[in-house]
Design a protein around this ligand. Structure first.
Ligand code: CAA
Length: 257
């Protein structure tokens, strides 16, 4: 029996989604990405889960969208099915998502990682948008999210030359939040997710929403949005608990997790 393209497990309040197509370096085909989107939606709605980690193997997070699946598709096929549109759902998860990237994160693999809230990279990670070498361009956000993450110069360099950048360059450019030894990657990512999952969930969700808003609106609108969310958190018991615990020099026990 063929193994499942996506493995899912939970550890405490953290859901771990593992891309599992080793024969294709975790290339993202429709079956796999539908499973990823379904799992993200399921765990986002699960009150026992506070954060989601998406990872691959030590050799590849994902080497891109599945070229063999796309090879014979026509313009009408991809236009009429709005190919890739659903895959963007990962970016709209309300619960926090962490990408734990080792090995290749190319094309759609890099784009899937960028849909997560932040990326923790193993020291062997390699990021790139090599679509240009296939006669196409990024189609899952590479030209948009990468540019916002690393700026025009590097985004143009990667999208136009198709070259890969290593973990050190990715961290220096602001694409990844931290780089760790490959054998510590998953534990580090789960540890970060666990930490997030034990804070007040409304505060976590609003922090995520507020950071994401900064990509969409002018500064003044963003500042007002942030302030209104900040005000609204004073309606939660967790704000009282968090601040009282600080004053009383004890650990906060958040209720809404
Ligand atoms: N789609 C389908 N199959 C893929 C794949 C992909 N993106 N990437 C790798 N594979 C398959 C290979 O075809 C190969 O399968 P076979 O053994 O059946 O031939 C297997 O995975 C192992 O790959 P390689 O033998 O090529 O492994 P390597 O170690 O020599 O090279 C690599 C690794 C440099 C990552 C190379 O596999 C590669 O260049 N892959 C393609 C990367 C790419 O172009 N990605 C962008 C895809 S398009 C896209 O993602 C569009 C978008 O915007 C969403």
């Amino acid at each position: 029996m063929a193994s499942k393209p996506l493995k899912t497990e939970t550890r405490g309040r953290v859901a771990i989604l593992t891309l599992n197509r080793p024969e294709a370096l975790n290339a993202l085909n429709s079956e796999l990405m539908n499973e990823v989107c379904d799992a993200v939606a399921k765990y986002s709605a699960d009150e026992k889960i506070g954060a989601i980690v998406i990872t691959g193997s030590e050799k590849a997070f994902a080497a891109g969208a599945d070229i063999k699946e796309m090879q014979d598709q026509t313009y009408m096929d991809v236009f009429m099915s709005d190919f890739f549109a659903r895959w963007n759902e990962v970016a709209y998860a309300r619960k926090p998502t962490v990408a734990a990237v080792a090995g290749y994160a190319l094309g759609g693999g890099c784009e899937l990682a960028m849909m997560c809230d932040f990326i923790i990279a193993a020291d062997n990670a390699k990021f790139g948008q090599p679509e240009i070498t296939l006669g196409v361009i990024p189609g899952m956000g590479g030209s948009q999210r990468l540019t916002r993450a690393v700026g025009k110069a590097k985004a143009m360099d990667l999208c136009l030359t198709g070259r890969m950048m290593d973990a050190e360059e990715a961290e220096r450019s602001g694409l990844v939040s931290r780089v760790v030894p490959a054998d510590e990657l998953l534990e580090t990512a789960i540890g970060a997710a666990e930490k997030i999952a034990n804070f007040s969930l409304p505060a976590v969700m609003m922090a995520k929403e507020s950071v994401n808003r900064s990509f969409e609106v002018p500064l003044d609108e963003g500042l007002r949005f942030e302030r209104r969310l900040f005000h609204s958190l004073f309606a939660t018991e967790d704000q009282k608990e968090g601040m009282t615990a600080f004053v009383e020099k004890r650990k906060a026990g958040f209720k809404h997790r």
